[in-house]
Design a protein around this ligand. Structure first.
Ligand SMILES: *Cc1c(COP(=O)(O)O)cnc(C)c1O
Length: 383
């Protein structure tokens, strides 16, 4: 029997603790494991190299993403950094233009010093990709949905193109989660998540994960994880696994509300544009509908007047204002100050990330209450 997605998140890749039959994994804090026979070392010897609690989360993620090996890191950036370390001096990467600021910051501020360079491209556009390709290009990193405008890349189409040019395909699937899409099934080689967001799901852990499709790439990435050491702690691995169990029900609820909020905002006189893949007017709607199991809980709006944004943020009573997303509470981010603060003002302008843009991570509040909250905040802040 092939279980439904919702069931997979509770059971797939997850085992009853063999030592005690506990239904959730124990949190092992030990850093060292006694070796009765040091010439035949046991599975676990030292905590950076392996930890049973971390392994429980890694195994669940590898199963859920249909990959061969999962690796859990101390943050989403640590997972991305480990993936970038697969490359060498002189290599060139293509990266989704509209990607989160931290990815650009590490590539520009750190990896460029080691001779690894990147170009930012609309990855949903094969002509743009073709034009940006150089003889040194080794990989493409697709962020799906893109941030903050929620562009949708057809992973199967891009993977076929990329493999035709001998490129590795990396997908940052943080916004979509394994509940809505499995990039490895569509041709990607590595899928990466910031588990700080929807997987953790409660705005209380920082975590990242990477899953490779094949064993050999898994071995290479594990070498980097063990060598560089940005591992996830046993406590946060436990919390990440716990978060996975409720991801399907949280996502189902939040995306239902996101659709209603998007429809409400679409007709609001103060709102210029609503970017939500669930709206038929969204440029990526058809690709999302055909390749994903839902449209997600993130939406972005552009107001007619940027001057209204501070008042709206101040008057929101339920929605919290700040960086981050994917929690149970609705979170409103101002890309200029939050997710894209790492860009220069010129880069933000070039990407249309101007002060009239507001990103919304829809939480688990009642849809009626949330719509009412945005309604009153927009009315109270009207110029
Ligand atoms: C937040 C985020 C990251 C970075 O993750 P951290 O856990 O904050 O280090 C990477 N990619 C995307 C798409 C993100 O939203």
């Amino acid at each position: 029997m092939m279980p439904h997605k919702q069931t997979e998140f509770i059971h797939t890749g997850q085992e009853i603790d063999p030592a005690t039959q506990a239904v959730t994994p124990p949190i092992y804090r030990a850093t060292t494991y006694h070796q009765a026979d040091p010439w035949n070392p046991p599975t676990y010897d030292y905590a950076r190299s392996g930890n049973p609690t971390r392994h429980a989360f890694e195994a669940a993620m590898a199963s859920l993403e249909h990959g061969s090996r999962g690796m859990a890191f101390s943050s989403g950036m640590a997972a991305l950094t480990a993936a970038f370390m697969l490359f060498s001096q002189g290599d060139h990467l293509l990266v989704t233009r509209d990607c989160q600021g931290g990815t650009q910051r590490v590539l520009r501020g750190v990896f460029s010093r080691f001779g690894i360079h990147a170009n930012y491209v609309d990855t949903e556009d094969l002509n743009a990709l073709e034009a940006a390709l150089t003889p040194k290009t080794k990989a493409i990193l697709v962020e799906n949905f893109s941030n903050p405008f929620l562009h949708v890349t057809d992973i199967a189409r891009v993977s076929t193109w990329a493999h035709g040019h001998g490129l590795l395909v990396l997908v940052d699937n943080t916004f979509i989660t394994p509940y809505l899409q499995n990039p490895l099934d569509l041709g990607a080689d590595i899928v990466i998540h910031s588990a700080t967001k929807m997987i953790g799901g409660h705005s209380d852990i920082t975590a990242g994960v990477a899953v490779t499709k094949d064993e050999d790439l898994g071995r290479q990435l594990y070498f980097i994880q063990n060598a560089c050491g940005a591992i996830l702690s046993p406590d946060d691995a436990y919390m990440s696994l716990r978060g996975l169990h409720t991801l399907p029900v949280r996502m189902e609820q939040a995306q239902k509300t996101a659709q209603l909020l998007a429809q409400f905002l679409l007709t609001h006189q103060d709102v210029h544009t609503v970017y939500y893949p669930g709206l038929p007017s969204h440029p990526g709607h058809d690709v999302a509908r055909d390749t994903m199991r839902g449209f997600g809980q993130m939406l972005t709006i552009r107001l007619h007047h940027a001057e209204q944004v501070p008042g709206m943020a101040e008057h929101l009573a339920l929605a919290r204002v700040g960086a981050g997303f994917g929690g149970t509470e609705t979170i409103v981010s101002l890309p200029e100050l939050h997710c894209h603060a790492a860009l220069t003002p010129e880069e933000r302008t070039e990407r249309h990330i101007t002060p009239d843009v507001v990103r919304i991570s829809v939480g688990l509040e009642s849809a009626a209450d949330l719509i009412q909250d945005f309604q009153q905040a927009l009315t109270a802040s009207r110029l």
